[in-house]
Design a protein around this ligand. Sequence first.
Ligand SMILES: *Cc1c(COP(=O)(O)O)cnc(C)c1O
Length: 375
Amino acid sequence: MTIKSFIPPQRTLMGPGPSDVSPQVLSALARPTVGHLDPSFIGMMDEVKSLLQYAFKTQNTYTLAISAPGSAGMEACFVNLITPEDTVVVCRNGVFGARMIENVQRIGATAVVVDCPWGRAVDPQALEDVLKQTPQARFVAFVHAETSTGALSDAKTLCEIAKKHNCMTIVDAVTSLGGVELRVDDWGIDAVYSGSQKCLSCVPGISPVSFSEQAAEHIKNRKQQVQSWFLDQSLVMDYWAGQGKRSYHHTAPVNSLYALHEALLILQNEGIENSWQRHQQQHDKLALGLADLGLDFIVPKEERLPQLNAVYIPNNIDDAKVRQYLLNEYNLEIGAGLGQFAGEAWRIGLMGYAARNENVVLCLSALKEALTKFA
Ligand SMILES: *Cc1c(COP(=O)(O)O)cnc(C)c1O
């Protein structure tokens, strides 16, 4: 057998991520590789940091890009902040909240769970009630945009409640960054992580994170070593803080960081508020069309994520056949259900570069055809 170069099909990506990557970002990826300690590259990393501060709406010094996907950003926040003696209140309203709990448990710490129905936002009152009964809690963790269900939680209010109870906050913003309002400093978020391949529309494999000064102090003062060498932020913080000489920790994914730089620059040029608005406008168009097709959203209107539209699959319709048809006939990918909604729902992403007119029209017309064909 002769193996040839891999030429992937040209898809339109409207699932839960990765999202469509713009040609501008793809071409940045193909620029010549330089050494990761090359002076020109270090200058670019400083720009990535300030672009990330812009995107997160933060002045945090410790704002950086972890060289691994969103799950590594999640793990970095937990393993650096939490020690086995800690009690962490974790809100769970979908798959990614459950992963937070697993992170806490693997550290050997205690997770106290605020369980909320899947397909709904986290209930602030439920968090308040649990915190009243858990005075030993020092951290509150929740997912801002739950990609498994399409629910948006009120991060501002949840952080306010956490602060009232003297807790630091760990927030999953993998799907929210760039797609909906997110204000790390104004809302008092202490540790936040995201992903390159959702609303930033960059290639997968990088996780932007940011730590408040309080969180960074907490990490520096911990007595027990972080059990993960690679994710131990005390070893990389000074590198990104620009203090002292940059030295080797691991080889940065040089070309992927060019792509992230380009994606963040596109976001800054558009204006982040304009990006939030564009996601909402495209969602409104898509939602009207989906209603015309008789498809019902899982999440009530006021708690919906514009960038992740989860709808119930009609009873008479074969889930796999429809998704296969869209892929084969239209090169269009939409997402299957996840967790409690596996086989029950489709998840239609409108993330970053994918949140545009052409995609909404393509998705609605292709879905209409498939629903008629397989009814
Ligand atoms: C995608 C996602 C993750 C995980 O990110 P990966 O890049 O797939 O590791 C975590 N949390 C949420 C809410 C996500 O949507």
